[in-house]
Ligand binder design. Structure first.
Ligand code: PXG
Length: 480
């Protein structure tokens, strides 16, 4: 027999500090690696930035540049980089049970414990409780699961004609056929005959672009929710299965709805009896200061999508919190639900998620967003709103967006083809800061571990990059 393993002592990590041949990696990358959402001819001419290591809130590239990652990887690394206990949890679980499936009446300990833990974190609201979880490995897969569950639910209730799912323009719900169809990204729909049938979209609740002159935010929120009712009536209420929305639209540019929006959406879905799906792939696990963001906005979803920060991005995991309204029907009337993934309830991913949640609880990462670093970031963004290039600067929890404008007094926007957001993003990278550009909306979603001093450092970098962008635009006589 092999000698017993000391499960608590993973082998020492050998740090690969040797100098990397960046050009060689870039050549291999360009020749063989097809990247997501990438123009490969463009990539080949410019070469990829090779990220080689990370610690805390910083990443390093192969040229040794240290970069403050204000996007947490891609909205994922909420606990920050270099957390030994997450690596330890993965190592230990890999040695104990690296994989077993959850089909055929089997289960594993971490998946079971995580499901139970998530059920306690997803607070009951009104008559909705979340006693059940369905696991996948990503946000996209989870939204495919939602489509399957929503349609199965209505079939089981003898209303098979209820198939239409209403979503919003500029929403992001993933990149599988169902995810991309639910999303409202016109560039994605233009490739591959999307959306698939029975998915339709309404306008987004974006005050800055869609409000009428003189309209208050509160009035706009109610009017924007009203677009859902108009669509329900247009489709025919008897055909509508569900509405899906992100609490705050992330990839769409951190679009924060007015407070009046979600309660009015709730009123409308209740009126027509349709299911409400809250896609919290970005917003859950503390990003908005709550474990789940429906709590912040006070609505009652039937299904809640999660992924990303459930493991702080250390390993892929996603899933759906299944509310009692849907779970009861699926379980009591449904028999076998013919849906699932090889990696549903992957023991290593679930073990990392349990360790990540324990870490978040111990460091109060969720609470500090609500009462400490969230308000501090909001205060700092108020000062950024005064910058001559900034039209609006707004935050929600620990995510934020600002709009670059040609003329501050009139709030006139730049022509789209100027790509001003990308100009700003270039200055960010060159100055050691990762910030996302969505059109001319610059957005951040930093690790929830940030200290006040690190927030100051980030805001100083943002200011510097705005100054540099402003100077470049002024030189080119592009300001209004
Ligand atoms: N729903 C939401 C709300 C998301 O933000 C997905 C689903 C899909 O998750 P997966 O794990 O399948 O990627 C997401 C993902 C961006 C960006 O540019 C955002 C995401 C993914 C890629 C890029 O901001 N969000």
């Amino acid at each position: 027999m092999n000698s017993p393993l000391n499960l608590m002592s993973p082998p020492a990590i050998v740090r690969r500090e040797s100098v990397l041949d960046t050009k060689a990696i870039q050549a291999l990358d360009s020749a063989h690696y097809m990247h997501p959402f990438t123009d490969h001819q463009d990539l080949a001419t410019r070469g990829s930035r090779v990220i080689t290591k990370a610690d805390g809130i910083y990443v390093w590239d192969s040229e040794g540049n240290k970069i403050l990652d204000a996007m947490s990887g891609l909205w994922c690394v909420s606990a920050g980089y270099g957390r030994t206990e997450l690596a330890q949890a993965a190592y230990q679980q890999m040695m104990e049970l690296p994989f077993y499936n959850s089909f055929f009446q089997t289960t594993n300990v971490p998946a079971t414990q995580l499901a139970a833990k998530l059920s306690t974190l997803a607070k009951p609201v009104g008559d909705r409780r979340f006693d059940h979880v369905f696991f996948s490995s990503s946000g996209s897969e989870s939204n495919d699961t939602n489509v399957r569950m929503v349609r199965r639910y209505w079939d089981l209730l003898d209303q098979p004609q209820r198939k239409v799912i209403i979503s919003r323009k500029n929403a992001y719900h993933g990149s599988t056929m169902a995810g991309a169809s639910l999303g409202g990204m016109s560039g994605m729909h233009a490739q591959g005959d999307l959306p698939i049938p029975n998915i339709t979209h309404i306008e987004q609740p974006y005050f800055f672009e869609n409000a009428l002159p003189g309209e208050t935010e509160q009035a706009f929120g109610v009017r924007a929710a009203g677009w859902l009712e108009e669509k329900i009536l247009e489709v025919g209420p008897e055909k509508v299965a569900a509405f899906i929305g992100e609490p705050v639209q992330g990839a769409g540019g951190v679009i924060i709805p007015p407070d009046s929006y979600w309660p009015e959406i709730q009123r409308i879905v209740d009126k027509y009896g349709i299911l409400l799906v809250s896609d919290e792939v970005i917003c859950a696990f503390g990003r908005l200061g709550y474990w789940f963001a429906y709590e912040k906005f006070g609505y009652k979803p039937d299904l809640v999508t999660f992924a990303k920060a459930v493991t702080s991005g250390y390993i892929p995991l996603g899933g759906v919190m299944v509310g009692n309204r849907v779970a009861k029907v699926l379980i009591e009337k449904g028999g076998e639900f013919n849906h699932g993934y090889t990696y549903s309830g992957h023991p290593v991913a679930c073990a990392v998620a349990l360790a990540n949640i324990a870490l978040m609880e111990r460091e109060n990462l969720v609470g500090r967003v609500r009462t400490d670093v969230g308000p501090y970031l909001a205060e700092k963004f108020k000062t950024l709103a005064g910058h001559p290039l900034v039209g609006v600067a707004e935050t929600c929890g620990f995510t934020a967006g600002l709009v670059l404008v040609k003329n501050k007094a009139t709030q006139e926007l730049f022509a789209e083809d100027l790509g001003v957001g990308m100009v700003c993003r270039r200055h960010c990278f060159a100055n050691g800061l990762i910030m996302r550009a969505v059109g001319d909306r610059m957005i951040i979603a930093p690790p929830l571990t940030m200290t006040h001093a690190q927030i100051d450092e980030m805001v100083a970098l943002i200011t510097r990059c705005l100054d540099l962008t402003y100077a470049e635009l002024k030189d080119k006589e592009l300001l209004g």
